[in-house]
Design a protein around this ligand. Structure first.
Ligand SMILES: [Fe+2]
Length: 304
């Protein structure tokens, strides 16, 4: 989902120097006992330096590790770029390990409270980082909060539920014979509501943290998805690349029409024996969607 980051981005242009800086060893030009003492000192230093390096690595926050990994994975990123399976796995591993604590969130925060007046539960967006190649942000949903069905044009997206339960329904465009305008499909085409396009369901499941990271691709994995909070929940999204109106990657919202409105069979068995489910999707403006930006208060990302 597209959310403007200007109001909540306080990190662009900030660069922090590394605190830990290890001094290089002096060159070994001395001889005799003096050289031997220096040599011993160097040997003594080695475990200390190793410990300091290890401590520095351990002190790097998980969110910093996520940013560093995104930089590598999306180094050649752009519209339609799909990272290699090895790179996908690398990023997935970092995300899979993430908890609310890693981003300074707790379920007791006001972002996750249902509105007292019973109105539409507002979604809070915490912007962490954005460049041309990728962005990192967190959506905070109160119970029953909904991010309506929307697309991610020419993007690869990683979604990690940090806590809570969320229903995810996702689709990909049907590109096979069902969308061909030939006589074989005439009945289905006649039943097609005007202005719609046929999509196949990819996911229709409730996910409860801790669970694996969901990944969608430009034409597979459920490129169009809808999030519905079963309980209060938070989901961290990595978009590669981010939405860009200037580059033609708009966020489009959709309304679903059941495919069973078609007079012929509404589902077929795949080779695995599963039923394939479909729906007609129509572009619509988002309804009942309230998104507010808030300041991210977790560990800072040191931008490189
Ligand atoms: Fe999304």
């Amino acid at each position: 989902m597209r959310v403007e980051s200007g109001l909540v981005d306080n990190q662009k242009g900030q660069k922090e120097k590394e605190i830990c800086e290890l001094k290089s060893e002096r060159s070994d030009s001395d001889g005799g006992d003096k050289g031997s003492r220096k040599s011993n000192r160097r040997r003594d230093k080695k475990p200390l330096m190793a410990a300091a390096t290890k401590t520095a690595a351990m002190e790097a926050s998980v969110i910093q590790m996520l940013y560093n990994t995104c930089r590598k994975v999306f180094a050649r990123g752009g519209a339609g770029f799909i990272p290699s399976s090895k790179e996908v796995q690398r990023l997935q591993l970092v995300l899979d390990s993430m908890t609310p604590n890693d981003v300074g969130l707790t379920p007791e925060m006001p972002y996750f409270m249902a509105p007292e007046n019973g109105g539409v539960p507002p979604i809070t967006y915490l912007h962490l980082y954005e460049c041309k190649k990728f962005s990192i942000g967190i959506f905070c949903l109160p119970p029953s909060g909904v991010i309506p069905l929307h697309n991610h044009p020419r993007m690869t997206v990683f979604s990690k539920i940090l806590f809570g339960s969320m229903h995810i329904k996702s689709y990909d465009w049907e590109t096979g014979a069902k969308n061909d305008a030939n006589s074989e499909n005439l009945d289905q085409l006649n039943a097609q509501p005007p202005g719609t396009r046929l999509a196949k369901i990819n996911t229709d499941t409730v996910f409860t943290a801790p669970c694996k990271t969901s990944i969608l691709y430009p034409a597979s994995g459920g490129n169009m998805h809808c999030f519905t909070a079963v309980t209060s929940c938070a989901v961290l999204d990595v978009l590669g690349p981010p939405y860009s109106d200037r580059e033609g990657r708009h966020c489009t919202y959709y309304k679903e029409f059941p495919y069973c409105s078609a007079p012929s069979s509404s589902s077929e068995l795949t080779s695995e024996g599963r039923r394939e489910e479909y729906a007609w999707l129509e572009e619509v403006p988002p309804e009942n969607l309230v998104v507010v930006g808030a300041q991210y208060g977790g560990p800072k990302i040191v931008v490189k």
